[in-house]
Design a protein around this ligand. Structure first.
Ligand code: HEC
Ligand code: HEC
Length: 226
């Protein structure tokens, strides 16, 4: 079954395929990169920025008009994020692979169409990445940098730029509170759609390591978009 799914995904969008072993082998509910037919379809749509801007209106209450999110509520900033990452996360939430009881009612099928998800992703990708995001206390940045360069940069990029083809999120410009919580939840398997390779790395992290690396990530900035 799993091989069939991987083959399906490979055929549908060859450059977007994960390493073969990443298809959720570690959890009983494989959820890292399922070959969801809706996701496969949306990844191929050319998003319409103008339509995305309109469809994004219902999201502004939480993620804000400039999509910079809210540090105090751990609402992620979305501006400039890779379109593939945005599509995957939106589809994962509405398909029940990633839990967000706050956001779910706004992303359900009777509220946002599939095509609108692709449009929103194109719109958000084009927005400038904010630099006013929440940061940590700045006390253990050396440790944070050491951990990041050793364990995280290979996927999330030296400057936190991520990798759209591989669905690795950009973490530069993201709020500290959100980075901390997501890293913690990925380690503790609360975020069920996490990448299993990443979870393996995080197993050895105590909470204060996660705080240090999140603080460092929150200070990364990306220049011109790739
Ligand atoms: C009621 C508040 C709320 C509303 C409205 C809302 N969201 Fe969210 N959104 C959240 C929260 C909270 C999270 C983080 C969930 C988690 O912790 O796993 C999130 C996460 C996301 C993510 C994942 C970001 C990442 O880096 O992984 C995307 C993409 C997103 N929202 C897009 C949208 C879009 C598009 C809309 C409108 C159609 C929307 N949200 C409406 C609260 C909201
Ligand atoms: C093997 C590649 C890989 C490595 C190594 C890795 N990550 Fe990730 N990370 C991912 C992927 C893929 C996702 C998105 C998972 C998903 O689809 O939900 C992610 C998501 C995240 C998120 C949530 C971002 C968001 O926008 O929601 C944070 C925070 C994060 N990683 C932190 C880290 C930290 C800290 C390290 C190093 C200790 C690390 N990652 C190492 C691949 C990796």
């Amino acid at each position: 079954m799993k091989h069939a799914l991987i083959a399906l995904l490979a055929a549908a969008c060859a450059p977007l395929v994960m390493p073969a072993q990443a298809a959720g082998q570690e959890s009983k509910e494989p959820a890292w990169n399922q070959a969801d037919p809706e996701m496969v379809r949306l990844l191929k749509i050319q998003g319409d920025v103008a339509k995305g801007k309109v469809a994004y209106e219902i999201c502004r209450g939480c993620h804000k008009a400039d999509a910079s999110g809210r540090d105090n509520a751990a609402y992620p900033q979305l501006a400039g994020q890779h379109a593939t990452v945005l599509i995957k996360q939106m589809v994962d939430v509405r398909a029940g692979r990633r839990d967000s009881h706050k956001m779910l009612p706004f992303i359900e099928k009777d509220v946002v169409t599939g095509d609108e998800i692709a449009h929103i992703a194109a719109y958000l990708r084009g927005l400038p990445v904010p630099t006013t995001n929440g940061k940590g206390d700045g006390k253990r940045l050396e440790l944070g940098q050491h951990l990041y360069d050793r364990d995280c940069a290979s996927c999330h990029g030296k400057q936190g730029e991520g990798n759209g083809e591989k669905f690795y999120p950009m973490v530069a410009g993201q709020h500290y509170t959100y980075l901390y919580r997501e890293t913690l939840e990925s380690r503790d398997k609360g975020r069920r759609n996490s990448n299993p390779e990443m979870v393996k790395v995080l197993k050895h992290y105590v909470d204060s390591d996660i705080a240090a690396v999140s603080d460092y990530m929150s200070r990364l900035t990306v220049g011109a978009k790739p």
